[in-house]
Ligand binder design. Structure first.
Ligand SMILES: Nc1ncnc2c1ncn2[C@@H]1O[C@H](COP(=O)(O)OP(=O)(O)OP(=O)(O)O)[C@@H](O)[C@H]1O
Length: 653
């Protein structure tokens, strides 16, 4: 039996375990079982005492929680509908559902109001952190550490103050085995029910299925089950394949079925797992109706298989080969990854993404430029997740958010006692944390000059020397920097070192501001699908028009926030976003922004008129800005590059 499914301990066993811990400091694996015993040991080692309040447990401010919610928007988009569904099924049970991120930060809860009120007393609410190191053994924290579903009941909680709870939690993983968070169902310990964990595990499967379909919707997907009627149910195994037959993702059922860990799957062609050729799979995918195939694993287990061609995989070389006797070698299609997912149809952005893809596997530093909120960090993360370093760390440092006095220690690390206030253990620093992976330096234009010199040395020598001295440590990092400043301008005025600029700028990618993008409609649609999956939420036609003519000074960040608020304000039966669902300040701005065709009817008569109008507008903006190009571009709401283009065009005509 799965250790997590063993029955909960009797009160006498728990009392005895606590007694032993009190008297000898020992944790009895015989009494508690291996999982709980390990967790109690970790809790004691973290300095927690069963009878004390958890001292120093962090609680996110509302701004920090908002930021965490934004970072976890993919998880939330898939988990919230499942939580709502589970809540409906468990409404009479006086409990609550909790979603946590991989670090134990509680992101969202819903359930019985009275019980949630009681749970508040032990900080079981969004914003609190339930990592084991802060709250001792508890279902959320322990399921995250142990990476397995489990129940923590009553006195099995390490802290006595949590003993009124019974909690069942299961970790949530994505299709590459990354831990995304945990789902928990908590209630009063007197209401313990042994089916609770099963419910939570099913809910997590639903979330993982939804994530899988979204991540791999463009790829070939294999559904596998020992019974034909088990296909397309929650118990099926799922595999995603690249166009040439390599496994790119799997759910937990597939791992169990094939006896493989996630780590090996990425490097296996399907023929090494199943006795079936890629040609046969493709031929089956093309047959109408998609009747299941009979196949067997390489170990001889018989299975039913249904193959679903993804949009991107239709027409991949393998399909063409299967259909044509004399194959024509076609270039391999771009893999459907996070970079591809950012491409929603804007030609400028498309070119940016294509350039980024060309250097994915090369040691070339990227410099991302663009206005605040234009998606620089999102692009940096997509580059990381789509490149060969995706299994290694992505370490983001915001140079503008760190006080000057701390940047050095934060980046380069320090030795024990290197400065007043330094921790006794010292710290490796963010550059070393990124070793093997990607270091993302956001707002690099705000890095103090002295620090620029040190960073340059690290980039040249690929060695980090911690503050307070010590041996230099070799590092291997891919560097991505971002700024909304015009770095060249800063270089000219001496605020940014020229030598560092050329080190950082292996390739500059300029992200277009939202108002210059031509894919607003598709972008809104994609964001809405993520925010309200499967609900077909749309903008009202009037709002769609207003959105198109608005300048979006906060770019994608502002758009994403507006849509998130709108989705939260909609009633469950509504599918159209109207004025009533918008934040007041945005509604006010949008009302003031008249759609183009209402404002300039006469002036748009001929192309010549338009050109003249553009030239006059640019001239006026330049005059009002005393010839300052940056200021003129800002007034016009366009980038400096666009302004240059317009000036060149005006001069040539
Ligand atoms: N392609 C996208 N799809 C959906 N949402 C996006 C996308 N790009 C950006 N966003 C939204 O905009 C927010 C801001 O994006 P990001 O942090 O990448 O911008 P930025 O250019 O780095 O901003 P800043 O310069 O202020 O740091 C994201 O947290 C997300 O909510």
């Amino acid at each position: 039996m799965h250790p997590a499914l063993t029955p909960v301990l009797s009160p006498a066993q728990v009392r005895e375990a606590h007694r032993q811990l009190n008297s000898s400091g020992e944790v009895s694996a015989q009494l508690l079982g291996p999982v709980l015993a390990r967790s109690w040991q970790r809790s004691a080692a973290a300095g927690l005492s069963p009878t004390a309040r958890p001292a120093g447990a962090p609680h996110a401010s509302s701004a920090q929680l908002r930021q965490a919610l934004e970072q976890q928007r993919e998880l939330l988009a898939h988990a919230l509908p499942v939580m709502n569904f589970l809540h409906e099924q468990t409404q009479d049970s006086d409990g609550m559902l909790v979603l946590a991120d991989p670090d134990g930060l509680l992101l969202h809860s819903l359930g019985d109001l009275q019980f949630m009120h009681r749970a508040e007393r032990v900080a079981l609410r969004p914003g609190a952190n339930w990592h084991e190191c802060w709250r001792g053994t508890n279902a959320v924290g322990t399921a995250l550490v142990e990476a397995q579903p489990l129940v923590v009941h009553g006195g099995e909680h390490f802290l006595e103050r949590n003993a009124f709870l019974t909690c069942a939690a299961a970790p949530i993983h994505d299709s590459q085995g990354r831990l995304l968070g945990a789902l928990d169902l908590s209630g009063d310990h007197r209401g313990y029910h042994r089916h609770t964990l099963g419910l939570v595990r099913s809910a997590v499967r639903m979330i993982e299925h939804r994530l899988f379909e979204t991540r791999h919707g463009d790829q070939l997907r294999l559904r596998l089950h020992s019974q034909p009627e088990g296909l397309s149910t929650l118990t099926e195994s799922l595999l995603a394949l690249s166009g040439d037959g390599w496994v790119t993702g799997a759910n937990k059922a597939a791992l169990a079925l094939l006896g493989q860990p996630w780590q090996t799957l990425g490097g296996l062609p399907i023929e090494q797992l199943l006795e079936v050729s890629m040609d046969r799979l493709m031929a089956s995918a093309q047959r109408a109706g998609g009747a299941p195939l009979r196949v067997q694993t390489v170990h001889g287990q018989a299975l039913w298989l249904r193959i679903e061609p993804g949009q991107a995989s239709l027409g991949t070389p393998a399909m063409v080969f299967a259909a044509q006797p004399a194959p024509i070698a076609l270039p391999a299609p771009a893999p459907a990854d996070e970079l591809a997912a950012l491409d929603t149809g804007d030609p400028t952005l498309h070119a940016v993404l294509a350039r980024a893809r060309r250097v994915l596997d090369k040691p070339i530093a990227l410099l991302l430029q663009g206005e605040s909120g234009a998606g620089k960090e999102v692009l940096a993360r997509a580059v990381h997740r789509s490149g060969p370093r995706r299994a290694q760390a992505f370490v983001a440092v915001n140079c503008a958010a760190l006080p000057e006095s701390l940047i050095e220690a934060e980046l380069f690390g320090y030795r024990p006692g290197a400065f007043t206030g330094a921790s006794r253990e010292g710290a490796p620093g963010r550059i070393r944390e990124a070793d093997g992976g990607v270091l993302f330096l956001d707002e690099i234009g705000d890095m103090p000059l002295a620090m620029q010199g040190r960073l340059l040395r690290v980039l040249q020598d690929r060695l980090v020397v911690p503050l307070g001295g010590g041996k230099p440590v070799a590092v291997d990092i891919q560097l991505i920097c971002a700024t909304h400043h015009a770095l060249r301008e800063q270089m000219r005025t001496g605020q940014f070192r020229e030598d560092l600029y050329y080190r950082l700028n292996g390739l500059t990618l300029q992200l277009p501001p939202l108002r210059e993008r031509q894919d607003l409609e598709a972008l809104v649609q994609r964001m809405l699908q993520e925010l309200a999956p499967g609900q077909d939420v749309q903008l009202s036609p009037e709002l769609a028009q207003r959105f198109a003519c608005y300048r979006w000074p906060g770019n994608l960040r502002q758009l994403a926030n507006a849509l998130r608020t709108a989705c939260a304000l909609m009633e469950p039966h509504e599918t159209q976003i109207t004025w009533a669902h918008l934040p007041d300040d945005l509604a006010e701005d949008l009302r003031a922004c008249a759609p183009l065709r209402e404002t300039a009817p006469a002036a748009v008569e001929t192309a010549i008129d338009l050109r003249e109008l553009a030239v006059r507008t640019v001239e006026r903006a330049l005059k009002e800005s005393d010839g300052n190009l940056s200021e003129a571009a800002r007034r016009l709401g366009i980038s400096r590059n666009t302004l240059y283009r317009k000036l060149r065009a005006a001069r040539s005509s």
